[in-house]
Design a protein. Structure first.
Length: 318
C-alpha cells in the first residue's frame, strides 16, 4: 500500500457499526501515517520554532543597534572570557566523566581520553544538528563499535547519558525555583505559592525517577532490553551531569554584566529552562530558542540590553 493510500484510508473512518474495532483500526492507521512522516513533521515543527524564536528575538532586541553590540564585545574583559572558557572546559570534563562511568558500568575498560573523544564527537555534532538523542546515539554507536561494544551496549550508554542528564535538570531546576522563587514568579507571571509548588514537584519527580532507576535492573524500550547501571554509577552520572550544568551556568554568569543583578541560582533556573526548550525543539544548538528564553526571563533594562546580548553571543562562541 502506498503512503497516499494509507493516508486516504486513515482519513476515512470505519463506518461499519458492527465492527467494534473501527476506532482502534483508525488509530493504528493514523499512527502509521505519523510514523511514515515523522521526520518531515519534526523538520516542519523545528522550522516553525526557529521562525517563532527569530520573531521573538526581533521583538526583544528591537532598538538595539549592531554598533552597540560590537562596542560591548570589544570591551568584554579578557579575564572574564578566559574564566568562562575554563568553566566550559570543566563542563566538558564532567560530561566525559559521566560517559566514562557509563562505559565502565557495562564492563568495558576504555581509557578516559578515548571516551572523552567519543563524548566530544557525539555531543558537539548532535548539539549542532539537533535531534540529540538519535544523532548522539548513532554517533556513539559508530565510534564505540570499533572498540568492541555491541549496538545494544552503545544504546545503553546513550540512554544512561540522557536519563541522568534529565534527572539532574529536574532536581536543579526545582532547587533553583525554591531558592529564587520571586525571580521565577515574576518572570513567568505565576503566584509565589504556585512557583514553589512547581519547584517542589520538579525535585520530587527527579528523586522518584532516581529511586525507581536504582531499584530496577533492566529496562525494556521499543522492544529492546537494556541493563541499567548500578546505584553507585547512576548517582555518579547524575552528579557529573549536575556539575556540567552548574559550570555551564557559571560560564554565562561571568559573561553577563554585573549591573544586571541576577543571582547565580536565578540564572541557573533560567538557563535550565532555556536548555530544556532548546532540546525539546530539536533546533540545532537551540539556536535562537536559548537566547529568546534567557532574554525574555531576564528582562534586562534597555540600557543593559546590548551588554546582555554581547554576553550571550560570547557564551555561544565559547
Amino acid at each position: 500500500m502506498s503512503n497516499n493510500d494509507l493516508l486516504i484510508d486513515t482519513l476515512e473512518p470505519n463506518r461499519d457499526p458492527q465492527d467494534g474495532r473501527g476506532v482502534e483500526n483508525t488509530l493504528r492507521k493514523f499512527l502509521g501515517v505519523v510514523s511514515i512522516y515523522r521526520w518531515h513533521l519534526s523538520l516542519v515543527i523545528a522550522g516553525a520554532i526557529v521562525a517563532l524564536a527569530i520573531w521573538e528575538l526581533h521583538n526583544l532586541v528591537h532598538g538595539v543597534h549592531l554598533h552597540q553590540i560590537r562596542h560591548e564585545l570589544r570591551h568584554l574583559s579578557l579575564d572574564h572570557a578566559l574564566v568562562a572558557l575554563a568553566f566550559t572546559g570543566l563542563s566538558f570534563l564532567c560530561l566525559s566523566s559521566q560517559e566514562f562511568l557509563a562505559i565502565r558500568s557495562i564492563g568495558h575498560a576504555l581509557t578516559f581520553p578515548r571516551v572523552a573523544l567519543g563524548s566530544f564527537i557525539a555531543q558537539s555534532i548532535s548539539h549542532s544538528t539537533g535531534f540529540n538523542l538519535f544523532v548522539g546515539g548513532g554517533l556513539r554507536a559508530r565510534y564505540y563499535l570499533r572498540f568492541g561494544l555491541t549496538f545494544g551496549e552503545t544504546a545503553a550508554v546513550q540512554l544512561a547519558f540522557s536519563g541522568s542528564f534529565g534527572l539532574a535538570m529536574c532536581i536543579l531546576l526545582g532547587g533553583a525555583m525554591l531558592l529564587d522563587t520571586n525571580v521565577f514568579a515574576s518572570a513567568m507571571h505565576l503566584s509565589f505559592a504556585l512557583t514553589r509548588a512547581i519547584g517542589l514537584l520538579a525535585i520530587a519527580v527527579g528523586i522518584v525517577l532516581l529511586v525507581v532507576s536504582m531499584s530496577a535492573k533492566r529496562l525494556t524500550l521499543f522492544g529492546y532490553d537494556f541493563k541499567l547501571p548500578n546505584v553507585r554509577t547512576l548517582i555518579g552520572q547524575t552528579l557529573f551531569s549536575a556539575c556540567d550544568l552548574l559550570f555551564l551556568t557559571l560560564a554565562l554568569h561571568v559573561l553577563l554584566p554585573s549591573e544586571l543583578g541576577v543571582s547565580y541560582s536565578g540564572l541557573l533556573g533560567i538557563v535550565l529552562l532555556a536548555i530544556s526548550l532548546g532540546i525539546a525543539s530539536n533546533v540545532p544548538g537551540g539556536l535562537g530558542v536559548f537566547e529568546s528564553v534567557v532574554l525574555a526571563l531576564l528582562a534586562p533594562a534597555p540600557a543593559l540590553l546590548p551588554a546582555v546580548i554581547s554576553g550571550l553571543l560570547a557564551f555561544r562562541v565559547i
